[in-house]
Write a protein that binds this ligand. Structure first.
Ligand code: GUN
Length: 283
């Protein structure tokens, strides 16, 4: 069975839109997301446009700050601080990767944790590791939502996560552990990778290598979540999983496109609404 993230995302967006309509009907200010983009990387530009479009669709306000590639770290810090102070902004997202001369960790650490809708600020990372309520990175949260919608039970299951990035692999492993799964993390140094992945009840792949996971990596009846977004040799968008080959063997699988990708933006909207509600309640 194929799990379509775009269908789940559409349903959640409808729910958020209804809440925003309600907010507007009460004459209140709408939630606002601010996206900061530095440089002209085509993939980043396309992601940022997708975020703006999603905000418009559901009635959020959005602000886009596009800066040249040679922006100094100090200038970007000043902009982040101004966004922290700006009462009309609920969520701040600095699109990654940043140009090499800017220390991304330092920029992220300067975002107000209450506006950190990307869930990358050290305070929010710590909250995730302590099972406390905070902002969780969007793609990992999207993976968890897909598993929930597909009614995949996690407690006691062996989940293998391939990839250990700060953006996806590490937080998704922690979220799964928080749901009482037994989690194995694999990465570029892992030996006998296919032997380990073939033991997984649930396999989450986020490595960025087109169609790397073939049938021999997958146990019969496993659940396979493909987080990869790559251009294959044929120029088509494809995941880290060889879909045609693996889908025969597993019980559930997410496709690329229309799988995890659409959930990421959807979770950004969820986080922005949460930031808005948190700020309104504290005001
Ligand atoms: N670049 C690719 N994915 C992401 C993401 O989830 N957040 C940010 N800020 N940048 C990204």
């Amino acid at each position: 069975m194929i799990i379509y993230g775009n269908e789940i995302a559409a349903k959640i967006k409808e729910e958020i839109k209804a809440k925003v309509d309600d907010i507007a009907a009460q004459g209140k200010r709408k939630p606002c997301l601010c996206v900061i983009l530095v440089g002209d990387d085509p993939a980043s530009i396309s992601y940022v446009k997708g975020k703006e479009k999603a905000c418009a669709q559901i009635g959020f306000a959005s602000k886009m700050i596009a800066l040249p590639n040679d922006t100094k770290e100090e200038e970007l810090l000043n902009i982040v601080h101004a966004c922290n102070e700006d009462e009309s902004i609920d969520g701040i997202l600095v699109q990654l990767p940043l140009p090499k001369h800017i220390n991304a960790q330092n920029i992220i650490a300067n975002i107000d944790p209450k506006k950190d809708v990307d869930g990358l600020h050290p305070v929010n990372v710590a909250k995730l590791y302590q099972s406390r309520d905070g902002f969780v990175p969007c793609t990992p949260q999207g993976v968890m939502q897909i598993l929930k919608e597909a009614k995949v039970s996690l407690a006691g299951k062996h989940v293998v996560v391939v990839g250990r990035s700060h953006l996806v692999g590490s937080p998704v492993a922690r979220l799964l552990l928080n749901e009482n799964a037994t989690v194995t993390m694999c990465h570029s140094y892992t030996q006998d990778l296919s032997k380990i992945t073939a033991m997984a009840d649930i396999l989450v792949v986020c490595v960025g290598k087109p169609r790397m996971i073939t049938a021999e990596y997958v146990k019969d009846g496993a659940v396979v979540i493909d987080v990869g977004v790559n251009r294959g040799e044929d120029g088509k968008l494809c995941g880290d999983v060889d879909f045609a080959n693996v889908s025969e063997k597993c019980s559930l699988i997410t496709p690329v496109p229309k799988g995890v990708g659409p959930m990421t933006i959807c979770m950004l909207l969820v986080n922005t609404l949460k930031a808005y509600e948190g700020r309104m309640n504290n005001a």
